[in-house]
Write a protein that binds this ligand. Sequence first.
Ligand code: SF4
Ligand code: SF4
Length: 348
Amino acid sequence: MRLIKQIKLLSKIIKHNIHYYTGKFVYPYRVEITSTYLCNSKCKICHIWKYYQNKNNNISQELNLNELTKTFKNINKNLFYLAIGGGEPTLRNDLIQIIKSVTKNCPNLLYISMGINGLQTKDTVLKIRQILKELPKSIDLKLTISIDGPKQVHNIMRGINDSFTRSNATFNQLKKFETKYRNFSVTKELTICDENINELKNIDKYKDYIITFQNDSKFYMVDNNKKTGINKKLQYKITSQLIKNKNKFGIINLITNDFLKKSLLFQKNKLNIKCYSGRSTIFIDPIGNVYSCINQKVKFGNIKDNKYDIKKVLKKSNDKLVILNKCKDCWTPCEAYTTIIQNKVMLK
Ligand code: SF4
Ligand code: SF4
């Protein structure tokens, strides 16, 4: 079943490319929505949790269910992959309805991924159980829960005393759903940054985790001078270790292995690959601003000003794609996986 789904995705991407290179407008097939700026954590490497401490920011500005539904209706059969980020998505009271809406309005949807902090075990487990009950079997739900190292380190990084215990409890309870729902998986995700780098000398302990390096995107609202100091040499060493531990079989491993190999090139400033953000993928922030990627390299416009139609937003911005053609500013999994797939199934 998984293989069939992966083949389906590849064939859809090939069709997407044919349309793209014959000059037709193509909707991005992967959309990341950041569902909210609300967050119940107090992370050191991301300050989204402070967003509503600023009195000028008002939650009523966030895209509501009705507005998201209009967006999904417009993108319709063109959407294959929805990534839901935040803030903390489980704090949205209408999360179940948002997922219902996208599955109803986007008939070609194959994957939904969502990154959560797992701090509210009971509420999160209830919501995910309800989502899984109603989720069509043709759609995979992939969850990641942030765990950034051993207990003490994780709690300091997250700024909450019992964060490790709570997030692990959520992970353990959700893990049980994998047996009943074959279209569901949950994985721990570890972000490497200054605060935990020394704890990760033995990275082998984390081989079941998704490992990423801290992203300095301004979306995370961290003060410029508090940004990561992890140098590329250290990243290179860790990445080399990760490659040794990787399983080499299957389409997904093919992509994740390629990601790591290309990470080594990126860390040596030698990566030369065309990024497809802004064409194959886009990023929408909670108040409807449409960007090429989470790094906000290019802002295309706001979906609210364009009748909730991504096509209208993107059509006005053809000139901005030139900037993206040359951009080599990042190599993060969210964007890089799509770039790898695109480059593997390129028709030009
Ligand atoms: S990293 Fe996630 S959990 Fe932490 S403050 Fe940012 S949005 Fe919240
Ligand atoms: S290379 Fe990174 S920053 Fe540049 S457009 Fe692609 S995803 Fe965005």
